[in-house]
Design a binder for this molecule. Structure first.
Ligand SMILES: Nc1ncnc2c1ncn2[C@@H]1O[C@H](COP(=O)(O)OP(=O)(O)OP(=O)(O)O)[C@@H](O)[C@H]1O
Length: 332
């Protein structure tokens, strides 16, 4: 099972420029979370701070008893092995085959024999739908396949925490949908804690258990998907429903416009009165159920009495059609 990531009072600056301040949140063990935010709000800086590649000025990031901000490098380096990282562009070596790219962390960080490495690499390639492609070079495959190769590489060391930096960037909507499904299937199979950074509201609305939002140097919200999607807090509502009018203004205008376009689908499903929470993506048929689902539902149950009536109703309605849609079959 994945392990929780506890972030307390984290502040990061580069010289006089504060990126974000006093960020406090817990990524629950085994759950999938999404971090949203306009361009340049420091989402990538946040991911790098979680793994100790960047050092925030104050606060701490606790992972399995290790403080990734303040503990000595030796401990941070050890704890980093708990992570799998999926970068925007796949970050593959262009001159190495997919097999060698995906085997790289195993050859670098373990003493496993080549036979064992081969078994693991082929299994992970099969898992992400790249079976039979091991001899291809990164330049010979599509952007979607490169991302899946990046995900396979992130999986070879059996990570307890997976960080994905804009997995959807550069992908068309269909490939984005398949990648989203793949991330949910990976979560069902290995129960790792996952954090996905994205601009894509459709992903935020349908993939994660939790949503966080960075805006103007603050974490304006972090909580269960159901709670955020029914929130009337102006920044959260504007962002998640892609409205042009609201506190997100001129400086983020371009981003808000992009978000508005992306949100059209989601918005069209929202009735004029009340909220409608789109169904969460579920594992493909034949996958094990997601272990985190029950823990998440129990956490939301504990919050329900404090939520507005309309939000409570939407959450109950969402549960009632839980066994309906939201499942994508097959792969690409
Ligand atoms: N090593 C660094 N030194 C100085 N400034 C940096 C460094 N890394 C990032 N920044 C600055 O921090 C800010 C946040 O960058 P970051 O890439 O985290 O934003 P982001 O939210 O991921 O943006 P996008 O969605 O466009 O990828 C930017 O202004 C960037 O220039």
């Amino acid at each position: 099972m994945g392990i929780e990531v506890v972030v307390e009072g984290l502040t990061k600056a580069f010289g006089p420029q504060t990126i974000w301040r006093d960020v406090t949140l817990t990524l629950p063990a085994g759950e999938v979370s999404v971090m949203l935010g306009p361009s340049g709000t420091g989402k990538t800086v946040f991911l790098k701070s979680l793994i100790g590649l960047l050092k925030p000025e104050t606060g701490r990031v606790m992972i399995d008893g290790v403080d990734m901000v303040n503990d000595p490098d030796r401990k941070v380096y050890e704890a980093r092995k708990l992570f799998g990282l999926m970068f925007q562009d796949g970050a593959l070596f262009g001159s190495l085959s997919l097999f060698d790219n995906i085997a790289f962390p195993l050859r670098e960080h373990t003493r496993k024999k080549e036979k064992e490495i081969r078994r693991i690499v082929l299994e992970r390639m099969e898992m992400v739908g790249l079976g039979g492609q091991e001899h291809k070079l990164p330049g010979q495959i599509s952007g979607g396949m490169r991302k899946r190769a990046g995900l396979a590489r992130a999986l070879v060391l059996d990570p307890k925490i997976i960080l994905c930096d804009e997995p959807d960037s550069g992908l068309d909507p269909v490939r984005t949908a398949y990648l989203s499904q793949l991330l949910i299937d990976v979560n069902a199979r290995i129960d790792a804690t996952m954090l996905i950074v994205t601009h894509n509201i459709e992903i935020a609305a349908t993939v994660p258990d939790n949503i966080g939002m960075l805006f103007r140097r603050d974490l304006v919200a972090f909580g269960p998907r159901e709670v955020l999607l029914t929130s009337e807090e102006p920044v959260v509502a504007q962002f998640l429903h892609g409205n042009r009018h609201g506190p997100i203004g001129m400086s983020e205008e371009k981003d808000a416009a992009t978000l508005a376009a992306e949100a059209a689908d989601v918005r069209n499903r929202v009735p004029k009165r009340g909220f409608e929470i789109p169904p969460q993506l579920r594992p493909t048929e034949g996958m094990p159920p997601r272990a985190a689902e029950r823990r998440h539902a129990e956490r939301v149950d504990g919050m329900l009495p404090k939520l507005p009536y309309a939000a409570q109703q939407a959450i109950w309605a969402n549960r009632n059609h839980h066994d309906g849609g939201g499942r994508v079959h097959g792969g690409s």
